[in-house]
Write a protein that binds this ligand. Structure first.
Ligand SMILES: C[S@@+](CC[C@H](N)C(=O)[O-])C[C@H]1O[C@@H](n2cnc3c(N)ncnc32)[C@H](O)[C@@H]1O
Length: 544
């Protein structure tokens, strides 16, 4: 373990504004003098050391990175806690946590990045046990995900009402059903693992398609309900075993020929379940095994939506009041205004709001490494189809079931039948202006965090044109930072595609044209993919 860390980065030090104990002893509180934090390897244990010293007192805290967790309290303040730590404060007291004050937001981000990186290194190399043996990736999930987040997450999925909500998304469930039944050849007589089985519905589909045996792995209390549902369908159920536990931890008696899973969250990656899907691939799938789905794509395009922009900007108007029960609220107006723009908007929008053809980022589930999903960096380039005020970036995703009989896409694109994922829009607090034919460049940078989601950094730029501007000389750039975990669900607004949202009525399989195909296609039917397609997928499919 230490080899790998020491070779790459033996020691990394950060200057901090200050540190203080989480539960200060009587002899110490926040010390005004500057502090440092350094990552290093002590013997075989990677650790993080905080150090602060003034004339009278000294605070030194060593944190075991295997158990440490770092939480943001604000843009420049965080708290680091650990199960095991040693602290020396004037040589007397003991604490398990420290509050860290950074000098700037950038330094805070850099520190959080380094923290994840060093922790990842610990996890990748495995845990050093007291007897010197190394247990590989056991509890990888627990190591990278904050326990309170995991608890809420599995509590949510442990409730039938939320499983019902997904099952009632007939675009979703109907597409899975069609993809499995049409591709019987991939399931018949095969060993299947259902990764995150929930109610067990996909396991039952796989059994209907003739699977020899299905292992339904589910970490939440839903596993008990899955057992009940499967027992109530005995002709299928005798070929299904429900295993309660995380795919990162459970052991299976045999390797799988095919994995089936529905690991997609908002914008494909929210919930970070794709990482579990990839871990399941590495743990359970035979080298030539298949994955259903096998590929995901994030599609992106700039949009113009004056109503949405004004709606968000107006939310902060509350803070413009100068006499709110005798109190002037305006000092907080700027923060409130920016705050509303940190929430990605989730709703179904009219595709006519897009101002350029979409581009996409492909994630090949069959090949990508789990670590690749910790940081997703997408350079952006678009050509505007019309003159418009760009209010941000619209995003959606699709996934491919690359069956050996039929290839089917599950799409969440605007204009396609609406799913429970809807679409997602990142709104800029400062719109930018473009002319038709103009290039728009930028970057979407997503950093995974330990609450099972991502911090998103979006930048869009365009040259300034038109009367008054030095032609093409000035660049307009607008940036925003968003938390994918805290979206603004805008579903109370009038929707353009109401028909497809009626998920409480009869299955929409007919209206949404999920016709099940039975005959084998001669060639891969790439034309079945949604119209907003990526060219990269063609070469990718040739390799699958
Ligand atoms: C989006 S739901 C899909 C449920 C079901 N497969 C379906 O399609 O209706 C994802 C399920 O995966 C489970 N899950 C998420 N991460 C898991 C993990 N690491 N190990 C086992 N189950 C997990 C969740 O508890 C949840 O029930």
């Amino acid at each position: 373990m230490e080899d790998s860390i020491e070779k790459k980065q033996k020691r990394r030090e950060f200057a901090l504004a200050s540190i203080s104990e989480l539960c200060p002893s009587s002899s110490s509180s926040s010390l005004p003098s500057p502090a440092t934090a350094s990552f290093s390897v002590d013997g075989s244990v990677p650790e993080l050391q905080f150090h602060q010293e003034s004339e009278k007192t000294k605070l030194q805290l060593s944190v075991d990175l295997q158990t440490a967790q770092l939480f943001k309290l604000g843009s420049v303040q965080s708290v680091c806690i650990s199960d095991r730590s040693d602290v020396i404060i004037a040589e007397t007291s003991f604490s398990k946590g420290v509050t860290v004050q950074f000098r700037t937001e950038e330094e805070s981000e850099a520190f959080h990045c380094a923290f994840q990186q060093w922790k990842k290194e610990v996890n990748v190399q495995g845990r050093q046990l007291p007897n010197g043996t190394v247990s590989a990736s056991k509890s990888k999930f627990d190591d990278k995900i904050e326990s309170s987040s995991a608890k809420m997450y599995f509590h949510y999925y442990g409730q039938l009402l939320h499983q019902q909500n997904m099952m009632q998304d007939y675009v979703r469930t109907g597409t899975y059903y069609a993809a499995v039944i049409e591709n019987r050849a991939d399931f018949s007589g095969r060993v299947v693992v259902d990764v995150g089985a929930g109610s067990g519905i996909l396991s039952l589909f796989a059994a209907q398609a003739g699977a020899k045996h299905v292992y339904a792995v589910e970490a939440s209390e839903m596993a008990e309900y899955a057992r009940k549902l499967i027992a109530g369908n005995p002709s299928l159920g005798q070929r299904i075993t429900v295993i309660k536990g995380k795919v990162e931890d459970v052991e299976l008696p045999e390797k799988a020929d095919i994995l089936i899973s529905e690991p997609m969250g908002t914008l494909l990656v929210n919930e970070r379940m794709l990482e579990s899907y990839v871990i399941a691939r590495d743990r359970f799938l035979t080298p030539k095994g298949k994955m259903f789905p096998s590929v995901g794509r994030i599609h992106m395009a700039p949009f113009s939506d004056e109503y949405l922009f004004v709606e968000i900007a107006n939310k902060a108007l509350f803070w413009q009041q100068q006499n709110y029960y005798g109190v002037d609220l305006t000092p907080l107006y700027g923060s409130a205004f920016q705050g509303y723009f940190t929430q990605p908007v989730v709703d179904a929008f009219d595709p006519r709001l897009l101002v350029a053809p979409a581009m996409c980022h492909v994630i090949d589930f069959t090949k990508t490494k789990e670590e690749n999903l910790y940081e997703i960096d997408i350079p952006l380039r678009f050509i505007a189809s019309m003159g418009a005020r760009i209010h941000g970036l619209a995003c959606w995703f699709d996934v491919l079931f690359n069956g050996s009989t039929v290839q089917r896409w599950l799409s969440t694109a605007p204009g396609a039948p609406t799913t429970h994922w809807y679409q997602l829009r990142c709104v800029l607090s400062q719109p930018i202006y473009v002319m038709a034919g103009q290039e728009i460049t930028g970057r979407l940078h997503m950093l995974a965090h330990n609450a099972q989601s991502y911090t998103m950094y979006l930048t869009l730029s365009a040259k300034m044109w038109g009367p008054g501007a030095e032609q093409g000389g000035i660049i307009q750039t607008s940036s925003c930072k968003l938390d994918l975990k805290e979206p603004y669900y805008r579903m109370s607004q009038p929707q353009a595609y109401t028909l497809a949202q009626d998920q409480h009525s009869q299955p929409l399989i007919n209206t949404q044209e999920i016709h099940i195909q039975h005959q084998k296609l001669e060639e891969p039917d790439i034309l079945q993919q949604p119209s907003n397609s990526c060219t990269e997928i063609d070469s990718l499919l040739q390799n699958v």
